[in-house]
Design a binder for this molecule. Structure first.
Ligand code: F6P
Length: 528
């Protein structure tokens, strides 16, 4: 909800496309080679960014730095990190960085310690063999990611995630569990999200049906503790969030209670440490050696100048499957906007569609389209130098596949090379002429390679903060507010009306002006 008072910003930046720095950046991007032969590595805490697969020239980098200066990037970054208002349409800070700062304000520190102590006590008592984590979007993906990244081989507490309003989700989430040894963790910053409250209500009924007191089996994480209290959850089991933490930036907070209960409070501490190190790098590294900044500049070139409509995330580590929806929400909810902070059209295409799947599965699913389809997409390849299993041949093959796919996307194969290959295989010149176009690759597809030494909490924390700051920096260049999500709110409002219209006794559907013709038809068909 909008916070009052809501000051209309007066110190707005000039429209992006009118800036001479933008024009210079566009020309530099259009005139630089698609890839250079040089190695372009950026070292950052917990990872190395290889930007060799992106458009790069000293001219483009200098133009990018000038553009950032023209957009007031230094001041915007300072405001972000100092907890000043950066989310202008909701008139609040987006101070997720303080949640992982080694020295946090007293209330943040106290809440960290209170949750750690609660988890330690539950561990010491060996309580809760089963955790049902109920939350959606930012109250879900980061926890799923951490639990699958570090609990992939199983944890002593069995964790189920329930997000979707589809009743099959909660039915499956509770099925077979012993309610006496189950903790239901309700995570909702607003504590108004219908999916979470409905699923929580089913879990509460399930506990009651087993003759248990839900107050003893439920915990809540929210910025609205009074709503959780009204739900019957005791204060000792309500953990706090703050208004100034965006849902998709909240993994560093008590939202990760389930992470601490399943893979350990140390994992959460490690995630925070890695992210805090990336914050320092983002704040201090020169722009040319600043990993989030370099990724952001490449992202702007790919989206706004080369017109690439999507970004593929390809983690070559099956434990990072949930990184894809995590970054998808982070990026698309933040940058899926077309007006700047002054309410003017940005004037160039903004946030891309983000999608992906872990390699090597992705290779057998959609990489054909990436190699030879008419559009293709820039790719972020992510790999870990070391594996945590003992099968060296698996890891060698995984690494080889990642490097090979990337090389094929970058180098491509000319028609002449494809034809020569066909001839070398013994085909006739006529056959080679016909087959060569099918076997040629355009190449020059932009990509990043992000290498973690191994998948540790520290390196994953750094990786997530890298993406957060990349998104923020792109928001600064486009001039948009990356911290609101008004588009999602509209659908929620419409859904409330349709839920009522779908109820058997409802007469509201007859109002033709309430919905379009097709929606009215389906409300009548589906009512019941
Ligand atoms: O999808 C909209 C959204 O508001 C996200 O930004 C948020 O992460 C999610 O819903 C869940 O919200 P809450 O934590 O308030 O239940």
């Amino acid at each position: 909800m909008t916070q009052a008072p809501l000051p209309v910003p007066t110190d707005v930046l000039a429209p992006l496309t009118e800036l001479p720095e933008w024009k210079r950046f566009v020309v530099a991007a259009q005139t630089c080679p698609s890839q250079t032969d040089g190695l372009d590595l950026v070292e950052a805490p917990g990872l190395t960014l290889d930007a060799s697969g992106q458009r790069h020239s000293s001219d483009l980098l200098a133009a990018g730095e000038a553009l950032l200066r023209a957009r007031g990037f230094g001041e915007q970054r300072r405001r972000l990190l100092a907890g000043e208002t950066v989310n202008v349409t909701e008139n609040r800070a987006a101070w997720h960085t303080v949640l992982r700062a080694p020295t946090a304000p007293a209330d943040v520190q106290a809440e960290r310690e209170r949750m750690d102590a609660w988890v330690r006590r539950a561990d010491a008592e060996r309580r809760w063999r089963h955790i049902v984590h109920v939350g959606i979007g930012g109250s879900d993906w980061g926890v799923r990611l951490a639990v699958s990244a570090f609990g992939y081989a199983g944890t002593w507490r069995d964790v189920r995630f329930v997000a979707n309003i589809d009743g099959h989700a909660i039915e499956g989430g509770l099925a077979g569990l012993d309610p006496r040894d189950t903790l239901v963790v309700l995570v909702s910053k607003s504590f108004t999200t219908s999916e979470t409250l409905e699923n929580g209500a089913r879990a509460r009924e399930w506990l009651l049906a087993a003759g248990l007191d839900p107050a003893e089996h439920m915990a809540a994480v929210t910025a609205q503790p009074e709503r959780a209290r009204a739900w019957g959850i005791p204060d000792t089991q309500i953990f706090r969030l703050w208004d100034w933490v965006g849902g998709r930036f909240s993994v560093w907070s008590a939202v990760s209670l389930t992470t601490a209960l399943s893979v350990g409070a140390d994992v959460l501490a490690g995630l925070r440490m890695g992210a805090a190190a990336m914050d320092t790098h983002f704040a201090q590294a020169p722009l040319s050696a600043n990993a989030p900044v370099r990724m952001a500049l490449a992202g702007i070139v790919n989206r706004s100048i080369l017109g690439q409509g999507s970004l593929n995330i390809a983690p070559y580590d099956s434990r990072l499957a949930n990184l894809v929806p995590y970054v998808q929400q982070l990026d698309m909810e933040s940058l899926g906007k077309s007006v700047d902070q002054a309410g003017r059209p940005v004037g160039v295409p903004t946030g891309p569609a983000v999608w992906g799947m872990p390699g090597t599965d992705a290779q057998h699913t959609f990489f054909q389209w990436m190699h030879q389809g008419s559009d293709g997409a820039p790719v972020d390849f992510i790999l870990c130098s070391q594996a945590d299993h003992h099968w060296a041949q698996h890891h060698r093959q995984l690494l080889a596949n990642c490097l090979a796919q990337r090389e094929a996307l970058m180098r491509g194969k000319t028609l002449a090379q494809a034809r020569a290959e066909c001839l070398a295989e013994g085909l006739s010149p006529e056959q080679a002429d016909w087959l060569a176009p099918h076997r040629a690759h355009p190449g020059g597809r932009p990509n990043h390679l992000i290498v973690l030494p191994r998948l540790s909490p520290y390196s994953l924390g750094a990786l997530l903060a890298l993406y957060e700051h990349r998104v923020f920096t792109q928001g600064v260049i486009w001039g948009i507010d990356p911290f609101d999500q008004w588009g999602v709110e509209y659908g929620k409002v419409l859904a409330r009306g349709i839920v009522q219209a779908l109820a058997p006794a409802s007469g509201t559907v007859a109002q033709a002006d309430a919905h379009d013709v097709s929606t009215c038809h389906w409300i009548r068909q589906l009512r019941g």
